[in-house]
Design a protein around this ligand. Structure first.
Ligand code: TYD
Length: 138
Protein backbone atom coordinates (compact mmCIF):
# COMPACT_ATOMS: atom_id res chain seq x y z
CA UNK A 1 0.00 0.00 0.00
CA UNK A 2 3.00 2.27 0.51
CA UNK A 3 3.97 2.51 -3.15
CA UNK A 4 0.63 2.33 -4.92
CA UNK A 5 -0.37 5.28 -7.08
CA UNK A 6 -3.53 6.57 -8.72
CA UNK A 7 -2.17 5.14 -11.99
CA UNK A 8 -2.74 1.64 -10.56
CA UNK A 9 -6.47 2.45 -10.34
CA UNK A 10 -7.78 1.41 -13.74
CA UNK A 11 -11.10 1.53 -15.49
CA UNK A 12 -12.39 -2.00 -16.15
CA UNK A 13 -14.83 -2.48 -18.99
CA UNK A 14 -17.21 -5.27 -18.03
CA UNK A 15 -19.18 -7.44 -20.42
CA UNK A 16 -22.54 -6.19 -21.56
CA UNK A 17 -24.97 -8.74 -22.91
CA UNK A 18 -27.50 -6.74 -24.81
CA UNK A 19 -30.84 -7.66 -26.26
CA UNK A 20 -34.12 -5.92 -26.90
CA UNK A 21 -35.34 -6.77 -23.40
CA UNK A 22 -32.39 -5.01 -21.75
CA UNK A 23 -28.83 -5.65 -20.64
CA UNK A 24 -26.96 -8.01 -18.35
CA UNK A 25 -23.48 -7.45 -16.94
CA UNK A 26 -22.03 -10.57 -15.33
CA UNK A 27 -18.95 -10.39 -13.08
CA UNK A 28 -17.19 -13.66 -12.33
CA UNK A 29 -14.55 -14.13 -9.66
CA UNK A 30 -10.99 -13.87 -11.00
CA UNK A 31 -12.22 -13.89 -14.59
CA UNK A 32 -13.73 -10.45 -15.05
CA UNK A 33 -11.88 -8.75 -12.19
CA UNK A 34 -8.36 -9.37 -10.90
CA UNK A 35 -9.18 -10.34 -7.31
CA UNK A 36 -11.28 -12.78 -5.36
CA UNK A 37 -14.58 -11.21 -4.28
CA UNK A 38 -15.22 -11.74 -0.57
CA UNK A 39 -17.83 -9.05 -0.02
CA UNK A 40 -20.39 -7.07 -1.98
CA UNK A 41 -22.10 -3.93 -0.72
CA UNK A 42 -23.88 -0.97 -2.21
CA UNK A 43 -24.49 2.65 -1.33
CA UNK A 44 -27.96 4.00 -2.06
CA UNK A 45 -30.47 6.63 -0.87
CA UNK A 46 -27.60 9.11 -0.72
CA UNK A 47 -28.97 12.59 0.05
CA UNK A 48 -28.05 15.21 -2.52
CA UNK A 49 -24.81 17.02 -1.64
CA UNK A 50 -23.51 14.20 0.57
CA UNK A 51 -20.00 12.84 0.34
CA UNK A 52 -18.90 9.27 1.03
CA UNK A 53 -15.50 7.70 1.47
CA UNK A 54 -12.89 10.02 2.90
CA UNK A 55 -10.50 7.22 3.81
CA UNK A 56 -7.95 4.76 2.44
CA UNK A 57 -7.41 1.04 2.98
CA UNK A 58 -4.31 -0.92 3.92
CA UNK A 59 -5.12 -4.17 2.12
CA UNK A 60 -8.57 -3.90 0.52
CA UNK A 61 -9.03 -3.86 -3.25
CA UNK A 62 -12.36 -2.68 -4.59
CA UNK A 63 -14.20 -2.36 -7.85
CA UNK A 64 -16.68 0.53 -7.82
CA UNK A 65 -19.60 0.50 -10.26
CA UNK A 66 -22.38 3.00 -10.82
CA UNK A 67 -25.11 0.34 -11.00
CA UNK A 68 -27.62 3.18 -11.38
CA UNK A 69 -27.20 6.94 -11.86
CA UNK A 70 -23.78 8.46 -11.46
CA UNK A 71 -21.24 10.02 -9.11
CA UNK A 72 -17.70 11.40 -9.02
CA UNK A 73 -14.73 9.63 -7.47
CA UNK A 74 -11.64 11.52 -6.37
CA UNK A 75 -8.52 9.36 -6.03
CA UNK A 76 -5.44 10.61 -4.22
CA UNK A 77 -2.16 8.77 -3.58
CA UNK A 78 -0.69 11.62 -1.51
CA UNK A 79 1.17 13.05 -4.51
CA UNK A 80 -1.24 12.90 -7.44
CA UNK A 81 -4.99 13.24 -7.72
CA UNK A 82 -7.39 11.94 -10.34
CA UNK A 83 -11.12 12.46 -10.85
CA UNK A 84 -13.34 9.81 -12.44
CA UNK A 85 -17.03 10.14 -13.22
CA UNK A 86 -18.86 6.82 -13.14
CA UNK A 87 -22.28 6.58 -14.76
CA UNK A 88 -22.38 3.33 -16.74
CA UNK A 89 -23.30 -0.03 -15.17
CA UNK A 90 -20.76 -1.90 -17.31
CA UNK A 91 -17.79 0.26 -16.30
CA UNK A 92 -15.90 -0.41 -13.07
CA UNK A 93 -13.17 1.54 -11.33
CA UNK A 94 -10.51 -0.59 -9.67
CA UNK A 95 -9.26 1.04 -6.45
CA UNK A 96 -6.09 -0.54 -5.07
CA UNK A 97 -4.90 -0.35 -1.43
CA UNK A 98 -3.24 2.84 -0.25
CA UNK A 99 -5.44 5.27 -2.18
CA UNK A 100 -7.44 8.00 -0.48
CA UNK A 101 -10.90 8.16 -2.08
CA UNK A 102 -13.84 10.53 -1.88
CA UNK A 103 -17.18 10.01 -3.62
CA UNK A 104 -19.55 12.89 -4.25
CA UNK A 105 -22.01 14.52 -6.67
CA UNK A 106 -24.34 11.52 -6.48
CA UNK A 107 -27.26 11.84 -8.87
CA UNK A 108 -30.72 11.20 -7.53
CA UNK A 109 -31.32 7.43 -7.25
CA UNK A 110 -27.62 6.62 -7.70
CA UNK A 111 -26.40 3.20 -6.58
CA UNK A 112 -22.69 2.60 -6.01
CA UNK A 113 -22.06 -1.12 -6.15
CA UNK A 114 -18.79 -2.21 -4.53
CA UNK A 115 -17.05 -5.56 -5.00
CA UNK A 116 -14.44 -6.01 -2.31
CA UNK A 117 -11.48 -8.37 -1.87
CA UNK A 118 -11.78 -8.66 1.94
CA UNK A 119 -14.41 -8.94 4.63
CA UNK A 120 -15.25 -5.78 6.56
CA UNK A 121 -12.49 -4.88 9.00
CA UNK A 122 -12.35 -1.45 10.63
CA UNK A 123 -8.60 -1.97 11.27
CA UNK A 124 -8.04 -1.95 7.50
CA UNK A 125 -9.25 1.68 7.31
CA UNK A 126 -7.01 4.75 7.42
CA UNK A 127 -9.45 7.49 8.30
CA UNK A 128 -7.05 10.36 9.08
CA UNK A 129 -5.42 12.10 6.13
CA UNK A 130 -2.31 12.91 8.20
CA UNK A 131 -1.85 9.27 9.07
CA UNK A 132 -2.35 8.38 5.38
CA UNK A 133 0.39 10.78 4.32
CA UNK A 134 2.73 9.37 6.96
CA UNK A 135 2.11 5.81 5.76
CA UNK A 136 2.84 6.95 2.17
CA UNK A 137 6.13 8.50 3.38
CA UNK A 138 5.04 12.02 2.43
P1 TYD B 1 -17.68 3.41 5.41
O1 TYD B 1 -16.90 2.38 4.66
O2 TYD B 1 -16.90 4.41 6.23
O3 TYD B 1 -18.63 4.21 4.40
P2 TYD B 1 -18.33 5.09 3.11
O4 TYD B 1 -16.91 4.86 2.69
O5 TYD B 1 -19.30 4.61 2.11
O6 TYD B 1 -18.60 6.51 3.44
O7 TYD B 1 -18.75 2.65 6.32
C1 TYD B 1 -19.77 3.34 6.98
C2 TYD B 1 -20.23 2.49 8.16
O8 TYD B 1 -20.76 1.25 7.72
C3 TYD B 1 -19.09 2.19 9.13
O9 TYD B 1 -19.55 2.42 10.44
C4 TYD B 1 -18.84 0.72 8.96
C5 TYD B 1 -20.11 0.16 8.36
N1 TYD B 1 -19.81 -0.90 7.36
C6 TYD B 1 -19.99 -2.23 7.69
O10 TYD B 1 -20.38 -2.56 8.83
N2 TYD B 1 -19.72 -3.19 6.77
C7 TYD B 1 -19.27 -2.89 5.51
O11 TYD B 1 -19.03 -3.80 4.69
C8 TYD B 1 -19.08 -1.50 5.18
C9 TYD B 1 -18.58 -1.08 3.82
C10 TYD B 1 -19.37 -0.54 6.13
Amino acid sequence: MKNTTIYDCKIVELKKIHNRAGNITPIENMQDIPFNIKRVYYLYDIPSGEERGGHAHRKLKQLLIAASGGFDVKLDDGRNKKFVHLNRPNIGLMVVPGIWRELNNFSSGAICLVLASENYDEKDYIRKYNEFKKLKNI
